[in-house]
Each structure stands twice: as structure tokens, then as C-alpha cells.
Ligand binder design. Sequence first.
Ligand code: NAD
Ligand code: ZN
Length: 359
Amino acid sequence: MFRNFKMVSRVIFGQGCFRQLGDILQALRTLNGSFMVFMVDDVFNSSELVPKIPFDDGDLMLWVNVDKEPTTEYVDTLTDKVRSFSPNPPAGIIGIGGGSTMDLAKAVSLMVTNKGSSANYQGWDIVKNPGIYHAGIPTLSGTGAEVSRTTVLCGPDKKLGINSDHTVFDQIVLDPELILDAPAQQRFYTGMDCYIHCIESLSGTFLNAFSKSYGEKALQLCREVFIKDGPKRGLESEENLMMASYCGGMSIAYSQVGICHALSYGLSFVLGIHHGVGNCIAFNVLDEYYPEGVDEFRKMMDINQIQLPKNVAAEVETESLERMINVSLVLEPLWENALGKKWKAMMTRAKIKELYQRM
Ligand code: NAD
Ligand code: ZN
């Protein structure tokens, strides 16, 4: 069976294109009393971005905090705020921020029209009703959350996305000006998420010409940004990074990620380590599986003067380690992509434990 996947309906790209958001949303403000919900990373509260947001009287502004990665509990709280704001559903939900904020916007858009807790929808194709119109506007590039059909959430017992066609954004606004001032270290970690998407997609058993085409382009752009440009920033570099993130996301949309992501989910769920840095920590011990990719990644770290946190999982107690292993093993398609159908014979709990203990 071939996957017939849904893509983002509309894309606007280019320096300063964020200024067109007001016009885009105006077309949706058709009904009397219709309103927008802006979900914006609270790092921008009182920044120069605020006056540029096309906020109208009657709209709802939700500043979201992503110090912790999104949880199902937080999604449920935000959904309640939207529901209690008006008896009518909003005309649109606009997420402005990194992968975490975009995921929160996707999840709230689904939960306004679907009953119960978002934790009930973690998995594949469980969501029944289409969500509210939702737009994603990245302020960090690399996760590919702007193009993916998932919103990754930490739930009561697992970190797992709400994967569905309804999750995909209706509109994305890719304005490199918005990522220009992201802190260098965060930009690197999130950028490496994209680099690792490419390596895992291109070396996976699910690879096909569709994924390969996007994966190779994204990889080439990552090399331009993190090897050729290095720490030197500028709009051209940000444009390339933005397109790398887009293409990397498109690549995994029709294949899958791999071992690094499976391990990184365990780090994030149990130790609260953010996705980008968690990926880097995990990737750094995967020479055995992705030798060339790991070498090049270390070269990128050198060029960009990045020091990875050390000994993050080496000394965690047995119970936490076991939970990390459990979380990573839930992600069966990732292991299968990396190692093939017989992955269970190769990737034992003892092997996963050994990998974690080297991080
Ligand atoms: P993030 O959204 O978690 O943000 C990281 C930090 O950077 C936060 O402190 C945030 O406030 C700050 N920040 C964001 N933009 C900034 C800017 N322009 N200037 C200054 N600070 C800024 O980071 P991320 O790496 O983009 O996203 C990681 C999240 O994305 C994780 O929760 C992960 O699970 C999720 N993810 C989702 C998908 C998907 O397909 N849906 C794919 C990969 C990762
Ligand atoms: Zn990722």
C-alpha cells in the first residue's frame, strides 16, 4: 500500500513575507465575530515582532512557554482557553515559534474539534474530525515541523506524535528574517535535527526516489550553512537553512527517521532534554550505524564551536534507564527503517542500554 499523504496547502517564502500574514488572514475573517488565535513563543513577548503580528480586536493572544517540550496536559489547558474564550470556534490558529510552538498550534487546532484529552490521540490516524484552519510560522529552522503530519507530544506514558492528515498546516509562512536572531547554539542544535533527518532518511530501508530527492537537497543545504558559512550568519544562510528544514521534512514525510531519533525521544521523555540537543547527544555515539554522518557532524560542531553536554545519561539510575529504553522501543517504524524488518534481533534492550550509557 502506498502512502497517499497530505501536504501543506499554501506556502509563502521570502525575506519580509511575514508582513503579508494580515492579508492572508483577512480572507478568513469572513463571519461576523470570527476571530484568530495567535499562539506565540513567549520568548518574543515585548520583542520587535509583537507590533508586526496582525492582531485584531477580538482576537486571542496565547503566549506559550516552551521551556519544557509540549505535553498533552499543556495542549489540553490551551485548548480549554480557546474554548472558553468564545462560544464559537476560532477562524484560525496561528503558531509563531520553533518546532515546539508550531506543534502546540497544530495540536490545539485538532483538539478544539475533537473530544477528550490530546493524550488519546497520540499515535497514527486516530484523529476523526478535521481541525481548525492552522498556520505555522517558524522562528527556528530544522525540525521540519512546518511540513510534517505530526505534532510531537509528551503524554502520561510516552513521547509520541499525533500523526494524521488533519495535523498538516493549511498555510506556512517562511520568512528568513524571523530566524536571523535565533541564538547560535539553539540554531545549531535545531539545524542538526534537519541534518540528522537527512542522514537517517538517506540511509534507511524505507528510502525511495521521492525521499532521496528532498533528502539530498536538504543535506547539500545543511553543508552550505554549517560547513561553508559556519558561524557566519546572514539572510542568505538563513534562507538556505529554512529550505533545508523544509526539504528535510519532506524527505522524512515519505520515509522515516531512525536510531538517533528513537534514542533521543527516550532522553527527552525521561530527562527532559530538548529534541535538537538530544539528537546531537545521541548521534554522537552512533558511529557504528552512521559512520560518515557522525564524522561530518563532528566537523560541523568544530567549525561552529559547539560543545555538547557530557555524561547526561551515563549515570542515570536503572529505573530511569529502563523507562528510556521503553520509550525508544515504542518507535517501531524508526527502528525498522534503520535496521530492516528483523531489527528486533539486532537492537536488544542490552544494546540500547549500552548506547545510552555512552551518552
Ligand atoms: P523549540 O521550539 O523547542 O525552541 C527552543 C528554544 O528556542 C526555546 O527556548 C524557544 O523559546 C527559543 N526560540 C525559538 N525561536 C527563537 C528565536 N527566533 N530567537 C530566540 N529564541 C528562540 O525548538 P525547536 O528545536 O525548533 O523544536 C523542538 C521541538 O520540535 C520538540 O518539541 C520536538 O519534539 C519538536 N519536533 C517536531 C517535529 C514535527 O514534525 N512536528 C519534528 C521534529 C521536532
Ligand atoms: Zn527530528
